[in-house]
Design a protein around this ligand. Structure first.
Ligand SMILES: Cc1cc2nc3c(=O)[nH]c(=O)nc-3n(C[C@H](O)[C@H](O)[C@H](O)COP(=O)(O)OP(=O)(O)OC[C@H]3O[C@@H](n4cnc5c(N)ncnc54)[C@H](O)[C@@H]3O)c2cc1C
Length: 284
């Protein structure tokens, strides 16, 4: 199938893009890397009257160190994240996660902001942004607003972005020297979306973990933090007994949802498998 006819505009600056979005209303779609949107247009799952191509807007580009935060522009591609020295040094969780996103050709075009805005529960960046306590910087008709990743992902493919808003960038606190991380996903083939995945960080002192953040993805309508498991692990020596308690808590507090090929039971089981592997890795 081919996409329905649409108008195409390519603004050079953010205010121009916001005006175009306001004028066209819900009939418009922003396009960044196009790696998700073009498929939905071709399948006619979406038939916007106008596409607003945001790829010329400088404010949406680049990875910069701002004090104790990394600012990642919405247009930064998955490949830029994978190859960035700043990311490797200050956000190693993202460096570890990037190669799991599809294949290099898709990563060369797909963007950080496009992935967050789309809110796919099986995607890597929403889970990582939750784990890293990211702040989303959003511009709309009434100026800038900031919202935590925790409040940003609302439901299946649903974020708190309004149709007249643009995700401009994300701020992430830089990793401290005692922070350890774990990223793993179980997929049938490399590059496939995960059957289930875990993005985790914690501060480590010997075999004790604190400030734990464990986010599971591809198991429900949004990425989900295992709050009870985090509480069990925080401040305690990690041993087999603690791992068993944390695994049991995570499996009880998260209600996995089946997808087209995997049952809820399989995903529920994998939550425990991932957490056990993750905890062993974090204290190793
Ligand atoms: C074969 C294949 C395999 C893939 N596998 C994976 C995978 O394993 N993991 C994964 O995470 N992704 C995967 N993807 C998706 C890919 O990562 C996309 O790049 C990403 O989901 C969307 O980014 P994009 O820049 O292409 O967004 P687009 O397709 O351009 O846009 C996606 C949506 O976000 C909106 N949008 C884009 N930018 C903004 C913004 N700045 N502000 C507000 N709204 C915005 C658009 O209007 C649209 O609704 C895969 C894609 C393909 C084609």
């Amino acid at each position: 199938m081919k996409a329905a006819a649409f108008d195409y505009v390519k603004p050079k600056a953010l205010p121009e893009a916001l005006s175009l979005l306001a004028e066209a209303g819900e009939d418009a779609r922003l396009i960044a890397g196009g790696q998700t949107l073009l498929a939905t247009l071709n399948m006619r799952l979406s038939e916007p009257s106008v596409l607003i191509d945001i790829t010329d807007i400088a404010e949406l580009k680049g990875i910069t160190l701002v004090g104790d935060h990394l600012r990642i522009g919405a247009l930064v591609t998955h490949t830029e994240i994978e190859d960035s020295q700043l990311i490797a040094q200050h956000a190693p969780l993202l460096k570890a996660a990037a190669p799991h996103i599809a294949h290099r050709a898709i990563r060369n075009l797909g963007t950080w902001g496009g992935s967050l805005a789309y809110g796919d529960p099986a995607a890597e960046w929403p889970a990582c942004s939750l784990t890293l306590s990211a702040i989303m910087i959003i511009h709309g008709p009434s100026g800038e607003r900031r919202i935590s990743a925790q409040d940003f992902f609302i439901d299946l493919y649903t974020t708190s972005l309004e149709p007249d808003e643009i995700l401009v960038a994300t701020e992430i606190p830089i990793a401290s020297s005692n922070q350890v991380f774990y990223f793993h996903e179980l997929a049938r083939r490399h590059g496939d979306y995960a059957v289930a995945g875990l993005a985790a960080v914690a501060k480590k002192q010997d075999d004790v973990l604190t400030d734990c953040a464990f986010t599971f993805f591809s198991i429900g309508a949004t990425p989900v933090m295992a709050i009870q498991a985090q509480k069990i692990v925080n401040g305690q020596a990690v041993n087999l007994d603690l791992i068993t308690k944390a695994v049991s808590a995570a499996r009880s507090e998260i209600e996995a949802i089946a997808d087209i090929t995997n049952s809820a039971e399989a995903k529920q089981h994998l939550i425990g498998v991932l957490l056990e592997r993750g905890l062993k890795h974090l204290v190793s």
